[in-house]
Design a protein around this ligand. Structure first.
Ligand code: ATP
Length: 258
């Protein structure tokens, strides 16, 4: 299937959001994104809307804890799926270099064709090794293709970053004793509520934010300790939910909202 990317006018008030949609539609047309990924993006958009489509301070606090968790890990791995590869391959490459961390593709709807395309998209951004094509292990408790992983990568990792992840997989990784860093716009998702650190922000914003924190905190043990001390996952998620509720309340009382 061939589609032509729609040019979004620079003055369009929802330009950023529409550009992200374009990237996903393009990724779908080129075989990187599964149809289900388009639906998952829509769910994310809804939560981003409630958040005010901006990076909130709670995400910044979580990003510092996320960066610390990845820096101190002995074997950190970034897990990549089709949506993330279509939205921000450069940001994945940058984060993996900054930590440094391995990259492994993990797909719910797995096909060799999609894997090759995601791998190629990451290689175009300068990533030299992408794991996941030849899985030789399974994540215990996960049936089917989404349980596949590599011994060299996710199976042996002590910390795994997952973005836009399905709750079962995130919970299973936590069950294996790993520290899980999640990026998820839905503070109510099982992923958000089971990860060790959850950054509630749009992934194209969250990954560069975490990379910036890695660059700033690396080697500064005092600040890294502080970052972990300041972060409480459940309190952070509750604060984000309160913010979403108050945004909704405010929107409902603004003139023209009837
Ligand atoms: P769970 O299984 O964890 O309870 P879920 O069923 O919503 O949640 P999926 O649909 O598999 O899980 O995962 C997609 C998740 O990613 C959703 O929570 C959605 O809010 C989030 N999401 C989608 N697009 C983005 C994005 N661009 N940035 C950050 N998060 C996103």
């Amino acid at each position: 299937m061939v589609t032509v990317m729609t040019k979004i006018p620079k003055t369009h008030p929802r330009r950023e959001s529409l550009e992200l949609r374009e990237r996903l539609v393009d990724g779908f047309a080129s075989g990187i994104v599964a149809p289900h990924g388009l639906i998952a993006h829509g769910r994310g958009e809804m939560f981003y809307y409630l958040l005010g489509e901006r990076t909130v301070k709670h995400a910044r606090v979580a990003a510092r804890a996320a960066a610390t968790t990845l820096i101190v890990a002995k074997q950190p791995v970034i897990s990549v799926n089709g949506n993330v590869a279509a939205l921000c391959p450069r940001a994945i490459a940058d984060l993996s270099k900054a930590i440094p961390a391995k990259i492994e593709i993990g797909l719910f709807h797995r096909s060799d064709e999609r894997l090759s395309k995601i791998q190629a998209a990451l290689e175009r951004e300068g990533v030299s090794q992408v794991l996941g094509f030849l899985p030789d292990e399974r994540i215990p408790g996960l049936e089917g293709a989404r349980g596949l992983c590599t011994r060299e990568g996710i199976y042996s990792a002590d910390a795994v970053l997952v973005a836009l992840e399905d709750g079962d997989r995130a919970e299973a990784l936590v069950g294996m004793g790993k520290k899980v860093v999640a990026v998820d716009l839905n503070p109510l998702s099982r992923t958000a509520r089971s990860a060790t650190v959850t950054v509630v922000d749009e992934v194209t914003k969250a990954l560069p934010l975490i990379t910036g924190c890695v660059e700033e905190l690396k080697g500064d043990t005092t600040e890294m300790d502080r970052a972990l001390e300041r972060y409480d996952r459940d309190e952070n998620l509750r604060a984000v939910m309160r913010l979403m509720a108050s945004n909704l309340e405010q929107l409902g009382t603004e003139p023209g909202s009837q």
